[in-house]
Design a protein around this ligand. Structure first.
Ligand SMILES: NC(=O)c1ccc[n+]([C@@H]2O[C@H](COP(=O)([O-])OP(=O)(O)OC[C@H]3O[C@@H](n4cnc5c(N)ncnc54)[C@H](O)[C@@H]3O)[C@@H](O)[C@H]2O)c1
Length: 243
C-alpha cells in the first residue's frame, strides 16, 4: 500500500523541476493528483502519470484561478488532502539593485500565491477531517544570504506564514510545514552566474547540489501520515549549508 493511497494532492509549479519530481513520487505512492503551473509542459507529465493525474494552467497569484483549481479537484476526485505550494520565482539581486517591481514580482508568486493556496484548501480539507499543507520556502529563509533580497524576503514570509497557519489550522486537523531547499539542481538555478555557482558549491558541507528527488522525499514524508504529529516544522534540505 502506497504512503498516499486514497489521498488527493495539489502540487503547484509542477511542470518541471522539484514539482514534477514530487508529482512522480506522489503518484508512485498512490496519490491522485492535480498538477498546476503557469507554464505549459505539465500536460505531458500528467499524461505520463496516467488516469490518476490532471494538469491545469494556473497562476498562483490569481485568487479566481485558485477557485477553478479547487472546483476541478472536487469535481474529479471529491476531496483534497494535500497541497504542496511549490511554485516559485527567483531573480537574484541585492537590496541596492532591487526596485519595487522586482520585490512585487517575487511577492506575488512566492508569498501571495502561498497565502491564496492555503486559504483555498481550508474548507475542503476540514470537510475530510484534516490534511497536510507543505510550503516550499528556501534555505535563504533560515539566515541571511547576500544578493537575493526580494527572493529571501518572500521566502522568510513563507516561513512565518507556515507557523501562523499551523496554529490557526490545527483545530481542523490541517498540518502546515515548510521545506527549505538549498541549492537544488533544477532550471531555477540557471539564474545564477557560473562563478556564483562555483563559489556556492564550495560552501556546501556535503560538497554538491541536491537533487529534486532528495527534496521530494522530504515533501512526501510531510504530505503522508508518517508525519502525523508534525506541524509548524521547518526542514532544511540543503546539504548542511548555513547550519
Ligand atoms: N532550485 C533551487 O535551488 C531552490 C532552492 C530553494 C528553494 N527553491 C524553491 O523550490 C520551489 C521549486 O523550484 P524549482 O527549483 O523546481 O524551480 P523551477 O523554476 O524549475 O520550477 C518552478 C515552477 O514554478 C512555476 N511558476 C512560476 N510562477 C508561477 C505562477 N505564478 N503560478 C504557477 N506556477 C508558477 C514555473 O513555471 C516552474 O514550473 C520554488 O518555490 C523555489 O523557490 C528552489
Amino acid at each position: 500500500m502506497g504512503q498516499l493511497e486514497g489521498k488527493v494532492a495539489i502540487i503547484t509549479g509542477s511542470a518541471q523541476g522539484q514539482g514534477a519530481m514530487e508529482a512522480r513520487l506522489f503518484a508512485e505512492q498512490g496519490a491522485r493528483l492535480v498538477l498546476t503551473d503557469i507554464a505549459p509542459g505539465g500536460e505531458a507529465l500528467a499524461e505520463e502519470i496516467g488516469a490518476q493525474a490532471i494538469f491545469l494552467r494556473h497562476d498562483v497569484a490569481d485568487a479566481m484561478a485558485w477557485q477553478h483549481v479547487i472546483d476541478a479537484a472536487m469535481e474529479r476526485y471529491g476531496r483534497i488532502d494535500v497541497l504542496v505550494n511549490n511554485a516559485g520565482v527567483y531573480k537574484p539581486a541585492s537590496l541596492q539593485d532591487t526596485g519595487a517591481a522586482l520585490l512585487d514580482y517575487h511577492y506575488r508568486v512566492n508569498q501571495l500565491g502561498v497565502f491564496l493556496g492555503m486559504k483555498a484548501v481550508i474548507e475542503p480539507m476540514a470537510a475530510v477531517g484534516g490534511g497536510s499543507i507543505v510550503n516550499i520556502s528556501s534555505q535563504a529563509a533560515l539566515g541571511g544570504v547576500p544578493g537575493v533580497f526580494a527572493y529571501s524576503a518572500t521566502k522568510w514570509a513563507v516561513r512565518g506564514m507556515t507557523k501562523s497557519a499551523a496554529l490557526d489550522l490545527a483545530r481542523y486537523g490541517i498540518r502546515v510545514n515548510s521545506v527549505h531547499p538549498g541549492g537544488i539542481d533544477t532550471p531555477m538555478i540557471a539564474a545564477n552566474s557560473a562563478e556564483a555557482m562555483e563559489g556556492f558549491k564550495a560552501m556546501i558541507p556535503l560538497g554538491r547540489l541536491g537533487t529534486p528527488e532528495e527534496v521530494g522525499r522530504v515533501v512526501l514524508f510531510l504530505a503522508s501520515s508518517a508525519s502525523s504529529y508534525v506541524t509548524g516544522a521547518e526542514i532544511a534540505v540543503a546539504g548542511g549549508f548555513g547550519i
